[in-house]
Unconditional design. Structure first.
Length: 684
């Protein structure tokens, strides 16, 4: 392990001695690719002797010291771009995360600060200062030490949240306090933005809409021009190489020049792939920025129409607009930072645009000759040329080496993404399926294998990268989708897909710059960017590219009996004497049993007859029945209401009673003139 770790240091030191600065990531990547290419010589699974380490170091140094090599420049571009792209975007995210962490800590401290009463002025003053610090952090001015910013933030704070409001603030719940603090920060930020617009403030806000628009325009134009230029360069290279392969044109310098041109084309295609990826990101970012600018200007115009020349406005009417203005500006600033990070990635990528000398200039005679000859019809490509079987031979030799060495680890370079490679004499169980535009609704969203390049031309034309034509159909094989340049290439692949996939992987091992270009990181996990990033983040560990693979250990056991015992068990065997006697009696009785049957006149008609009749209906009757009660009716009559009738005679008992009450004559006279009222009650 220490020896392998020493290889990287030796490679870097020797390259530095030769005047070439090499990063540890690049050195480890090159070492790993050399090991993959020479698995019969080097094996990181076991101990490497001193001679093997020396040979590995020399091969790595020789590759890294190549002058004017498109392949090496492609590898450098791939590693540098991926690291820079992640690095610059992580810087933006890290700055935003740090700010959010500061705001969260201030929220926590403000919420936790609770005065003992309304007279605790010291605690209230500390609370107000922390709120002011929160606003300074929100304004990205906590380390600026600018008195103008502090005065402006303090004035806005006193206007929105005066000290008298602390009494109601401390009585709120923690969730309400955090919500109020967020609203306060946005409102103060919106006030400062509005003051800058009307020319009465905005200290420390250096970014303007004009600057954002200018940056968006310049970056978009730059990346568009580069994409167009490199696309034209790739077209020129493709036309020349297609002209040579199609017509079997003899080139001065032989296959060496053709190989060089293909390496230059691979470099340009990788450059174009990265530039197109940045172009897509910048287009998405530009659209979002334009939308945020429109929102910001709309809120700003709303504020201008509301405020006008008035000195005071209702809070419920103007504060929501200030808050929306601040949120739009914050999102706009973050998106602008991401745009600038991508522009730095473009600058890092531009360093590899002319990192080697082009042997096929723009006005080269070969380009002019190819343009004069014109592009042959796509269905006739390579009809007049013989296939290049070197890659097939390379794949066969690789399989033979692996078979002889008995190595079948996951690190072997011929391992495909789905672990299905061609072995001569075998046929895959699940064959390829041809998918057309009409039969596949999500046809345009299919993830194409090898980034859309034709595997047939890679194998049959010595590694020539030509984009496939999806209109011919997409071949689905083992959850991978392949496209081809013409019908002939498609049919050859469908006849034996495993053979072509194995050949592509065998070729990529000897051309490591194609691992990222064809997006085969899953097939070569040791060379993935995740492993390289892990190395940069933890330098004390052994590099994963050179570390031995984890050995899979399992517990297994087998058990074989020494003496096999045959079990001849008769399930009908009976040993009980009485059971045997019962069985003998049953058998003896069977000798006297007969089966007798007869049919008589009466039994002739005893058949199972079935009839079906209508069941009687449920009959019901309904008879009326009247019931009632006759309660006693009580009637009360009053008599004598109209006076005493004529000839009325009183009872003698009544007269005697009247004489005994001691009344005077006058009283008796009055009583005789008054009517007598009687009540009678009858039960009817």
């Amino acid at each position: 392990m220490d020896r392998i770790g020493k290889v990287i240091g030796d490679v870097i030191a020797r390259c530095k001695y030769e005047g070439v600065v090499v990063s540890d990531t690049l050195a480890a990547f090159v070492c790993r690719t050399i090991v993959q290419e020479n698995t019969n010589v080097f094996s990181l699974e076991g101990e490497i002797d001193a001679a093997g380490i020396t040979q590995l170091t020399e091969k790595s140094v020789d590759m890294l010291l190549q002058k004017d090599s498109p392949s090496l420049e492609t590898i450098k571009m791939q590693l540098d771009f991926d690291l820079c792209y992640v690095k610059y975007e992580e810087e933006v995210e890290k700055a935003q995360t740090l700010k959010d962490k500061k705001v969260t800590n201030l929220h926590r401290s403000i919420v936790a600060l609770q005065p003992s009463g309304t007279g605790d002025f010291e605690t209230l003053t500390t609370l107000y200062r922390q709120i002011f610090t929160l606003l300074m952090v929100h304004a990205n001015a906590d380390k600026a030490n600018d008195r103008n910013i502090e005065r402006e933030v303090a004035a806005a704070l006193e206007s929105v949240f005066p000290r008298i409001g602390l009494k109601s603030f401390v009585s709120m719940s923690p969730e309400d306090k955090k919500f109020q603090l967020k609203e306060l920060a946005n409102i103060v930020g919106g006030i400062r933005l509005f003051n800058r617009e009307i020319g009465k403030g905005g200290a420390g806000i250096t970014l303007s809409l004009d600057t954002i628009r200018e940056n968006v325009k310049s970056i978009s134009q730059l990346v568009s021009q580069e994409v167009e230029e490199v696309n034209q360069t790739c077209t020129d290279y493709t036309e020349v190489l297609l002209h040579i392969h199609h017509y079997n044109v003899q080139v001065t310098g032989g296959p060496v020049n053709v190989k060089r041109w293909q390496e230059e084309l691979n470099n340009k295609r990788q450059f174009l792939s990265y530039m197109q990826s940045l172009h897509e990101d910048i287009d998405v970012s530009s659209e979002k920025i334009q939308r945020l600018i429109a929102t910001f200007e709309n809120e700003l115009n709303t504020l201008k129409s509301l405020v006008g020349s008035r000195s005071s406005l209702p809070k419920g009417q103007v504060y929501p607009v200030f808050e929306a203005l601040s949120k739009a500006w914050e999102e706009l600033g973050l998106e602008h930072q991401l745009l600038l990070a991508r522009s730095r990635s473009i600058k890092a990528l531009m360093e590899f645009k002319d990192s080697y000398t082009r042997t096929l200039a723009q006005q080269s005679e070969w380009i002019l000759k190819a343009k004069r000859a014109g592009m042959p019809p796509q269905e006739e490509w390579f009809e007049h040329s013989e296939p290049d079987n070197q890659i097939f031979a390379l794949s066969t030799a690789t399989n033979a080496i692996q078979k002889d060495s008995g190595e079948a680890t996951e690190g072997n370079f011929y391992k495909a993404a789905n672990n299905n490679l061609y072995v001569e004499g075998t046929v895959s169980e699940s064959g390829p399926v041809r998918m057309s535009v009409d039969s596949t609704p999500e046809f345009m969203q299919l993830p194409l294998e090898y980034q859309g390049y034709c595997p047939w031309t890679i194998v049959q034309r010595g590694g020539l990268l030509l984009p496939g034509d999806p209109s011919l159909g997409v071949i689905q094989y083992h959850n991978a989708y392949h496209v081809f340049v013409n019908e002939h290439a498609l049919n050859d692949f469908m006849a034996n897909p495993d053979k072509y996939i194995a050949a592509v992987h065998a070729y990529v091992v000897h051309k490591p710059e194609l691992i990222y270009l064809l997006r085969l990181q899953e097939s070569f996990p040791e060379t993935s960017m995740a492993s390289l990033m892990k190395l940069l983040n933890n330098k004390t560990q052994v590099h994963p590219l050179l570390a031995p693979h984890a050995v899979l250990k399992v517990d297994a056991s087998t058990s074989t009996p020494v003496h096999f015992v045959e079990k001849n068990i008769d399930v009908n065997y009976e040993w009980n004497e009485w059971s045997l006697r019962r069985r003998a009696l049953r058998v003896a009785n069977l000798r006297n049993c007969k089966t007798v049957s007869a049919q008589t006149t009466l039994s002739n008609f005893r058949a199972n007859n079935e009839t079906q009749v209508w069941l009687p209906q449920d009959n019901t009757t309904q008879t009326g029945h009247d019931k009632g009660t006759n309660p006693t009716k009580t009637v009360t009559y009053f008599a004598g209401l109209r006076g005493i009738p004529e000839g009325y005679k009183t009872s003698k008992y009544a007269e005697e009673k009247e004489n005994d009450d001691g009344k005077t004559d006058e009283d008796e006279k009055c009583d005789s003139q008054q009517p007598a009222i009687l009540s009678f009650t009858f039960d009817l």
